[in-house]
Design a protein around this ligand. Sequence first.
Ligand code: NAI
Ligand code: MG
Length: 366
Amino acid sequence: DSYSLLILPGDGIGPEVMTEVVKVIDWLQANRGLSFDISHGLVGGSSYDAHGTPLTDETMAKAQAVDAVLLGAVGGPKYDDLDFSVKPERGLLRLRKDMDLYANLRPAQCFDALADFSSLKRDVVAGLDILIVRELTSGVYFGEPRGIHADNNSDNEGGRVGINTQRYTSGEIRRVARSAFELARRRNNKVCSMEKANVMESGILWREEVQWVRDNEYPEVELTHMYADNGLMQLVRKPGQFDVILTDNLFGDLLSDAAAMLTGSLGMLPSASLGKPMANGRPKALYEPVHGSAPDIAGQGKANPIACILSFAMALRFSFDQGAAADALERAVEKVLADGVRTADLMGPEGGTPVSTSEMGDRIVA
Ligand code: NAI
Ligand code: MG
């Protein structure tokens, strides 16, 4: 059978790194008997240039219909002065919102060859392989009421108050918990859930509902709970103690950015955002590198394509059930790095073989 994939290269280095993913796809089709039904579309500034909107309804409909969407990056200085309603980022936000992608997956994987790039000591991060699952569509970034108001009724210096609301329903917690437990099943059956149940009611609910899903639906998974402040400290102190970390939108924002620094360059970090299961049982899914459109290096063949290639490896694993192909692809990346092949962002004091975006793609395919 054939898998449907919508490729949205986007802006800046997005199309450059996506070209390398297409090389990988071509190789898999020619050598591994996989078959992809690929369509291409525009998102971000490139869509605005062509259609006056960062995402057309047609592209949105296509994204809803495919097995997986793979996105490069959006944005760039050319679009900085556009009206907010048509900014490139709005295209990405609409994809995430309309597809209801509530589980954001950020793996923190440290390839041995890059362990010296970490902000931590080599022996703390070498071989690290953890997965942060962050709730992405609710919590304090979305909760009502919110706003900045006058507050003159007290001896409040400045006379204003800023309000955001941390709000989670049990249903929102259960569905993202299921995502984390499903992922844990494919890994080491181990989840650590993080909140602040010591000081927040939403944290108490979070803890109870996650435990409920574990007890009723995933009894084989080992579940622990940790206060998120301690969790962040533990992540930096001894990251190898974790496997899957499940947390809310706000704490996940902090934890995933910190985890990114454990592993080195922005050019290495993949991500996935998953939604409800579709008719075929697999979740709606958008895969994208963590980095942006990198206007400072766009068009120069300097971009590291590995983040985008590893995002596609996640698609192989989670949307196409091709775990063996995903493993092979990750091993190819590992091998190329071990051989000292380096795009500019990975060039450390120990040197290496400097390569362009396209050469990096070729080496991985080889
Ligand atoms: P950025 O991630 O584009 O770049 C930050 C720094 O990392 C730059 O020095 C860049 O050259 C470097 N870098 C990023 N990806 C790289 C790669 N694959 N290989 C080598 N070096 C890499 O973030 P920045 O500069 O804050 O934003 C640039 C534009 O991208 C803005 O318009 C921003 O809105 C947009 N952006 C888009 C995102 C997305 O599409 N998901 C995420 C972040 C930013
Ligand atoms: Mg962040």
